[in-house]
Design a binder for this molecule. Structure first.
Ligand code: NDP
Length: 304
């Protein structure tokens, strides 16, 4: 069997960001509308610092009004809630993202619940989870939205396909499953208590792995010709033992890529698959929120 087609999320995300930038330019000229994104980070988590920097840079490149609020590790929940209230009331801000994780003195659920659902561009507010579940227009979590865009691009119509999502978190597994259901797939959600996970995975025409366990899904778990979306981002020691001994690492997905590519029909690599779609979809959600807020249609060219 031929090797799987590689689904190039990096290229897709770059094209999407370009389309968003074009739409933003047109909205600014024709409607005087500039989408505004506020990103809030509390503390010094190194991974979060990188994510927030990238979000700021990519939103500015797309022509957004972009602000980053950097708060001290010791920030109280009340202080953070005051900032969220201020951003909720700010007409220049259409999207608010509070970077997770938050320090232990802050209840993340309370903060997410305080964000205006119409500005909740991470799509984590229960109102948006509910809207997605009942099929109302929602702001959809960015990584799941990215997965669906890649799948629709790779496969076209998803109707009637057997989809298995491994993982049931609120930020990836469950919303991916909701989106697949909306796309008329027959959806199974697997998790750590699933019996005979390998057999369940082997049923899938579309297999989405969102587990957080390096290379857990083996080639033998994949139905020949299936489309595999690997959401996992796992840091493991470098392949070269000398480099590993120096503490060097590499990033792998939840799928054993080299085995899987010999069986699957198409597969996302890690890195360069789902990962780059997350920020592109954050920009898309901010554009969507800005358009909805202003009562103008979301421009067709962004493919929302
Ligand atoms: P969580 O830890 O919140 O959820 C993991 C899920 O996997 C749980 O539902 C858990 O089941 C399930 N699981 C764990 N072990 C097994 C197992 N042995 N067999 C079957 N299921 C198992 O992780 P997230 O959903 O937040 O993230 C998943 C992965 O995606 C991570 O690698 C993360 O880094 C990555 N990620 C990537 C993003 C991106 O590309 N931008 C964004 C977000 C996440 P149970 O519920 O039973 O415990």
């Amino acid at each position: 069997m031929a090797e799987a087609r590689i689904i190039d999320g990096k290229a897709f995300a770059a094209t999407l960001r370009g389309r968003i930038a074009g739409a933003v330019q047109r909205l600014r000229t024709e409607k005087g509308l500039v989408p505004g994104l506020a990103v809030v980070i509390v503390g010094e988590n190194p991974a979060s610092q990188i994510y927030v920097k990238n979000k700021g840079e990519q939103s500015r490149e797309a022509g957004f009004h972009s602000v980053t609020h950097r708060l001290a590790e010791a920030t109280t929940q009340d202080d953070l809630l005051r900032l969220v209230a201020q951003l909720n009331a700010d007409p220049a801000i259409h999207g608010i993202l509070v970077q997770l994780p938050l320090p232990p003195q802050i209840d993340a659920m309370a903060v997410l619940a305080a964000i205006d659902p119409d500005k909740d561009v991470d799509g984590f507010h229960v109102v948006n989870a509910g809207r997605l579940a009942v099929g109302l227009p929602a702001l959809v979590p960015c990584t799941p939205l990215g997965c669906l865009m890649l799948l629709k691009d790779a496969l076209g119509d998803l109707r009637g396909r057997e989809a298995v999502v491994v993982g049931r978190s609120n930020i990836v597994g469950k919303p991916v499953a909701q989106l697949l259901l909306q796309a008329d797939c027959t959806v199974t959600i697997a998790h750590s208590r699933t019996a005979d996970l390998q057999a369940v995975c082997r049923r899938a025409d579309i297999l989405v792995a969102a587990v957080g366990r390096p290379e857990m899904v083996r080639g033998s778990w994949i139905k020949p010709g299936a489309t595999v979306i690997d959401v996992g981002i796992n840091r493991v020691p470098a392949r070269d033992p000398a480099l590993a001994a120096q503490g060097k690492s590499r990033v792998v997905g939840d799928v054993a890529f080299e085995e899987a590519r010999m069986v699957a029909g198409a597969i996302t690599p890690v890195p360069g698959g789902v990962g780059p779609m997350t920020i592109a979809c954050l920009l898309l959600n901010t554009l969507t929120a800005a358009c909805r807020g202003a009562g103008v249609p979301v421009p067709d060219e962004v493919g929302a």
